[in-house]
Each structure stands twice: as C-alpha cells, then as structure tokens.
Design a protein around this ligand. Structure first.
Ligand code: NAP
Length: 503
C-alpha cells in the first residue's frame, strides 16, 4: 500500500484540452492528483475535432473503437464516427468527468523554462504558472499548411484551408475547387459531389483508396448498445486489435500477408469502381499502398464520377482572380477554392519555446527533426512528458488507444516523482541516441521509406518520423518503463514481485 502521508503534492500542468489532454486530466483526477491545471489556447475542448468542421469530416476508425476505454459511446449514429459527434463526445466526456473545472481556456503557452527542478510557464495572456511536471498534449496536426501557389492572393472568390472552413460561404450553386486528395480532400469531395454546381478536384499524386462500409446503425442496434455487455460484444475488440497488428505488420513487412491483402483490396476497388479507363489510369497511384496514409472511403470513386465532378491532374500553374489555371493552359473558373493541403506535422508544442536543463533549447534538440525517447520524453527536459509526441504510432487506427497506452507509461513515471523516489526523470543522451538510431534504421525498412512516395510521415531528411515497429511491440514497451533508461531502479514493489516470481 502506498504511504500517502509522504507523497509530494506535485503541481501537474497539461498543455492542450484535446483528446489527449482530457485523457490526462481524467486520469490525474482518478489518481488523486489535486494540484493540476489544463491550459487550452481555444475557448472549448476538442483539439483537432474542434478545429476541423469541413463537410464530410469523419474519422476512419470504427466508431466504437474511437472512444476512451473507460467511456464507451453507445450513441454513435454511423459505423465511422462523424466529426461533429466526436466533438460532442469529447465535450460531454470532459463535462462528465469534471475536467472542465481544471481547464483554463484562452491560454496559449508561449514559453516553458526548467529551473531548479520546476517548469516555469508563460502564457500569451500574461499569466504564468510553475509546474513540477509538464504534460504536452498539444496534438500533431494543428498548424495548417498553405501551398505556395502563385496568385493565391489575387483570387476574387472565397478561399480557405480545410481546417479553417468558412461556414459563412454558401456552397449551393457554386463552382468549387478542392486542392489536395489526402483523407481530408477525399472526404470533402465525397460530401459535396452532386450538391454544388461544379466540383473540381485538383490531384497532384494519385492515392490508394481502401473501400470501407459506413452505414447507419439502426435504432434497434443503438438501443442494444446501451447495454455495455452487448456493446462490448458488438465491438469485436480482438478482431480490431488483429487488424491493427496486421496493418502495422504491413508497414514493416511489405511481403506480409496483410500487406498483400490491403494492396489487393485497394487495387480491386480501383478496377471495379471506376468505369472510364482513362479516368481509372489517372486515379492509379504509382507507389506501394500504405506508403502514404491509406485513404478509407466508401464513396470517393462514385463522387469523382458524378457528372458535376471533374478530376484535374495536369498540375496547377497558378491561381488567378477567376480561378485556377492548370499547366495545360486551361483556366478553371471557380467561386470557392479550398486548400485541403494538410498540416505542418513537425510542430507539436511549437511555436512555444522550451528551455530545459542547463539552458538546453528544444529547437536545438529538434534541429534535425522532432524526436523523443519512445515518443514520450527527452534528455535535458526532465519531467516533461508528451502524449502523441514525435515518432509515435500513427496510422489508420485510434490515436486515443495510443494515448491511453502512453498515459499508462507516464503515470508510472509520475508515481516515482510523487513518492519522492526521485526529483527528475529524463532519459540520458546515450539512451536517446541508441533508441533513435534503432528507430531510424527500422524506419528505413518501412513502406513509408521504400514505397516510392512522399508524405507528411517523412521528416525533412526524408526519414519516416513515425513508430516503425509493430503495434504489439508498442503495447509491450508501454506496459512498464525500462527504469534503467531513466537511471532508476525498478520500484520496490516491482522488485519484490520479480523476486517472488523467481523463488
Ligand atoms: P495530407 O494527407 O497531407 O494531404 C495533403 C494533400 O494536399 C495531398 O494530396 C497533397 O498532394 C496536396 N498538396 C499539398 N500541397 C500541394 C500543392 N502545392 N499543390 C497541389 N497539391 C498539394 O493532408 P490531409 O488530407 O489534411 O490529411 C492529413 C492527415 O490528417 C491524414 O493523413 C490523417 O492522419 C488526418 N486525417 C484523418 C482523417 C480520418 O479519417 N481519420 C480525416 C482527415 C484527416 P501530394 O500527395 O502530391 O503531396
């Protein structure tokens, strides 16, 4: 039993009230931490699901697997969760677990400095705080990437990024141009096809598209899901876990059965869904499936074949006052242009400045690319832990599940600080370097590196900045910290348990 009388009253500060920040807040409260705060730059929780509101916004993870493990949602209306329902789910969950009470909204952290064993924080409002532990739950894809296309300022219609959707612009009867065909662009085209006067989709690189069902749950099904046991059964968790494992195996081993099955499904989808052979060839990617993040879509091929839709593959020459001119010299007159051109994937906590032990600057540490030991912690930045940090697992699976595994790991580190076992936790440079060189070597074996494409998974040196091993390996590593990596002995109760098992 833990002796709570000698526990340190740690001040724990969480940055960000998106999916991961809410998770951290709930778990900290469950574990009896009282001196906690979550700072959020916006005026509501939700992170990416608050910021993205484009038509067709959907998560490609099966609905019932896109929830916290302790707060299932029987009320999803569809097999894949619509963005608005996800946002409601997070708002509801934050309220239910009283996380809202510890969130300070409209506070964007601008600087964090480690001094005398504590983190000194500054916010854009002028507010400041001092924390023993800093949890960065600032998200991955939050800084929109605007393409450098000549003439964008000259366009006389409406023009905006998919993550900054302008809902004051009516779309009905308009000619809309969508630039980009990642998950976002594909979902927008699917949602708007047939509902606007003309839809022009500007594709630079063809994408593999995985067919997926996205029907509505019937009233009876939703009523049945109110029973947690029935919901648990319907979730087929083992099947879901096996599919995630198969997916990560396919990334690390292109000869695996899973890789072949996924490739075949994508190829069949293209061959069977697109009737016009000329259009089919323009939609045919020249890279290995999974090299870019796979697009899951039930209806994109149907949407692009709608009489009012058009796929443009000649490349964009420039934007003009009336529309987009492609390299073949044609001007495509438009009323609205949407940049579905993705995000700067290397920001994480930045642009805030982070100064660690002995003046260590995060910008220097991340000069080459953002990195962290097991995606969670960094040398010289003690007691700073990240959820969904750099080079963690990313793919067509639930990031909530990833964050829960990471939290399980982080809470064990926090317990050591809380018990007074140690004052600072960070891996050594040797541990970090050895880990990172193994990660980079493994990353060069993945389909992201070998598959013949460019994607946001790659860092500026062209190395995949992602978890390059199987999902099961991630789960195993998250089960308990390798205490030696942090210069610590295993906690006393773990040592006693090991000794008991050996006798
Ligand atoms: P993205 O995957 O990075 O795609 C950006 C698109 O914009 C690509 O098609 C890219 O073409 C194109 N592009 C960029 N600059 C361009 C330029 N100058 N000219 C022409 N085309 C240009 O971005 P995203 O679609 O927003 O998706 C980002 C990530 O968000 C996803 O991978 C996923 O992790 C997440 N997401 C998830 C879901 C979901 O269902 N769970 C939904 C939406 C987003 P190239 O391919 O040629 O570079």
């Amino acid at each position: 039993m833990t002796d709570t009388t000698t526990e340190r009253d740690l001040r724990v500060v969480v940055l960000g009230a998106g999916m991961a920040g809410i998770l951290a807040g709930i778990n900290l409260m469950k574990q009896g931490y009282r001196n906690i705060a979550i700072y959020e730059k916006a005026d509501r929780v939700g992170g990416t699901w608050r910021e993205n509101t484009y038509p067709g916004l959907t998560c490609d993870v099966p609905s019932h697997h896109y929830t916290y493990s302790f707060e299932r949602n029987p009320d999803w209306t569809r097999h894949l969760p619509p963005g608005a329902e996800i946002q409601q789910y997070f708002e509801r969950t934050a309220a239910k677990y009283a996380v809202n009470e510890i969130i300070q909204f409209k506070q964007e952290a601008t600087a964090a400095k480690f001094k005398d064993g504590r983190w000194y924080l500054d916010f854009d409002s002028g507010h400041s705080d001092i924390a023993d532990v800093l949890i960065a739950a600032t998200g991955v894809l939050h800084k929109p990437s605007y393409p450098k296309i000549e003439g964008a300022d000259s366009f006389t219609g409406d023009i905006f990024h998919s993550a900054r959707w302008d809902h004051s612009v009516a779309l009905e009867g308009k000619r809309i141009g969508i630039i980009g065909n990642g998950s976002t662009g594909v979902q927008i085209v699917s949602a708007l096809a047939g509902k606007v006067a003309k839809l022009k989709h500007f594709q630079r690189t063809a994408q593999w598209i995985m067919p997926v069902e996205n029907g509505y749950f019937s009233e009876q099904e939703r009523a049945a899901f109110q029973d947690p046991a029935a919901l648990e059964e319907a979730m087929q968790t083992e099947l879901y876990k096996a599919s995630v494992e198969q997916y990560t195996q396919a990334i690390t081993d292109q000869e695996s059965e899973g890789a072949k099955q996924l490739a075949e499904a994508c190829l069949n989808n293209l061959e069977q869904s697109v009737k016009d052979p000329e259009l089919r060839e323009r939609l045919r990617p020249d890279h290995t499936p999974l090299c870019k993040r796979l697009i899951f879509s039930p209806d994109y091929y149907q949407a692009i074949q709608h009489p009012n839709s058009e796929l443009l593959t000649d490349g964009i020459e420039r934007i003009e006052p009336q529309g987009i001119r492609t390299r073949d010299g044609q001007l495509h007159e438009l009323d609205v242009i949407v940049f579905a051109t993705g995000f700067h994937a290397d920001c994480f906590m930045r642009p805030m400045t982070i100064t660690g032990r002995n003046g260590a600057d995060l910008e220097d540490f991340w000069q080459d690319h953002p990195k962290a030991y097991l995606a969670i912690s960094m040398p010289d930045f003690p007691n700073l832990f990240m959820l969904n940090g750099p080079c963690g697992p990313i793919g067509n699976f639930s990031l909530i599940d990833i964050a829960e595994h990471q939290w399980h790991y982080i809470e064990q580190l926090l317990a050591r600080l809380r018990s007074g076992d140690c004052r600072e936790i960070a891996p050594s440079h040797e541990v970090m370097n050895s880990y990172e060189s193994k990660r980079v070597a493994a990353a060069k074996e993945t389909v992201w590196f070998k598959g013949g494409c460019v994607s946001w998974y790659l860092d500026k040196n062209g190395i995949p900045a992602s978890w390059p091993w199987n999902f099961s390996h991630f789960v195993e590593l998250m089960s308990e910290p390798d205490w030696q990596a942090f210069g610590l002995e295993a906690p006393a109760q773990n040592r006693a348990q090991v000794a008991a098992e050996l006798t």
